[in-house]
Design a binder for this molecule. Structure first.
Ligand code: GAF
Length: 384
């Protein structure tokens, strides 16, 4: 994280008050895409790009939220917060306040400063970082605490019910519960997880295609609906199959002909991705990097061809990486249709890998990609 000089003094100067400061990270997903809302498995890591939230009490009945990124301040009455999103950055903190109120908390007058360096619209969960940082800050002001999984659910509700994006639990969960030097194998059914250590000689190289990604857009919704429609067909035969987590490839062989062609493809991705994610956790635990790389390659193929969640630039970013020294595995990460690829790379080759990938991509598309060598980081916590 590259904190702006004096985040504390920005809050102090603006609000004449000493802030308590909280940090919540963005994330990268190693494998397990579009499986979270199917109650399946994901394997994300928190990264060292994050949002900071500074908070202090007020006594004038107002809620004042300032974004250092947008250089914009917004005022609200604590007693009558907006009931609907307004398609602006402030929807995320307001969503958290609105769900906290719905969960029975009375929201006091407060000043909140926000700043973050998670690149926006790049599929690295800037929204989850903003929600989780806000939630921790406000909970501390009201003297309440939520355990990590409950904090993640609160923030997912803010995004689903207030912002209006129908995301799963992965992003908020890893932002709230990440652990330095580890990914998490998360079971999105019961939110149990296992720590998956990332070997110290493996770097997380995140390559931004610079194609904007958004889960508020129609594609995320459409893919989700198509995969859920496939599950509904299976459930007609096997009522126990409430989510694609409960379905098998055998179910698709038996009843795939009753599904719309796109639904069949989406379901094949989700069901096989759950299997790959479990296998990837085993490979990582055994230090079998060849198998991990193979699973990531297969996951990208499935995401791109069956789920049709990739784009020309992301497919190229993955294929341009294939013969570079040090590559273990590469795939598109996050909600899709743009954003970033995750490349697991031998640490000693990470710098040369990043430079070579950037120059190949720039030569292909005439766009300079941002490439970051990241570290798996701790989840949200109080900074000062
Ligand atoms: C986005 C969503 F927010 C997550 O819940 C998840 O569905 C992901 O896309 C795809 O794996 O990040």
């Amino acid at each position: 994280m590259h904190e702006p000089v004096g985040f504390r003094s920005i809050h102090r100067a603006r609000f004449q008050a000493e802030p308590a400061i909280f940090v919540a990270p963005g994330r990268v997903n190693l494998i397990g895409e579009h499986t979270d809302y199917a109650e399946g498995f994901v394997m994300p890591a928190a990264i060292d790009f994050a949002t900071l939230a500074g908070i202090s009490p007020r006594s004038d009945g107002k809620i004042v939220i300032y974004s250092e990124n947008f250089k914009e301040q917004r005022w609200f009455d604590a007693a009558s917060l907006p009931a609907q999103a307004g398609k602006r950055w402030s929807d995320y903190p307001l969503g958290v306040l609105s769900i906290l109120a719905a969960e029975g908390h009375s929201i006091p007058s407060l000043s909140l400063s926000l700043w973050g360096d998670v690149p926006l619209g790049s599929g690295l969960s800037s929204s989850a970082a903003l929600e989780v940082a806000t939630a921790l800050a406000v909970l501390s002001l009201i003297g309440s605490t939520y355990a990590g999984p409950a904090l993640a659910r609160l923030c997912q509700r803010a995004e689903n019910e207030f912002v209006g994006a129908n995301c799963g639990i992965m992003d908020q969960f890893i932002s709230a519960n990440g652990k330095a030097n580890h990914a998490l194998l998360l079971d999105c059914r019961d939110l149990s997880f296992k720590l998956a250590p990332i070997p110290p000689n493996v770097a997380l190289v995140i390559a931004n295609t610079m194609v904007k990604h958004s889960i508020a857009g129609g594609d995320y919704k459409t893919r989700r609906a198509e995969s859920e429609a496939a599950c509904a067909v299976i459930a007609c035969h096997r009522p126990g199959a409430k989510f694609l987590r409960d379905a098998t490839l055998d179910d698709l062989d038996k009843w795939g002909h009753e599904m719309a062609p796109n639904s069949l493809l989406r379901a094949r991705h989700v069901i096989s991705e759950n299997l790959r994610t479990l296998a990837a956790a085993v490979a990582l635990a055994k230090g079998d990097m060849v198998e991990l790389g193979r699973l990531m390659a297969e996951a990208h193929r499935s995401y791109s061809q069956d789920f049709e969640g990739s784009c020309v630039e992301a497919d190229a970013m993955v294929s341009l990486a294939q013969d570079l020294p040090g590559l273990i595995g590469a795939r598109l990460t996050g909600g899709g249709f743009g954003g970033c690829t995750i490349n697991l790379v031998e640490q000693s080759e990470a710098k040369a890998f990043s430079e070579a990938l950037a120059s190949r991509y720039a030569a292909r598309f005439g766009i300079q990609p941002q490439i970051h060598i990241c570290h798996a980081s701790d989840g949200a916590h109080r900074l000062a």
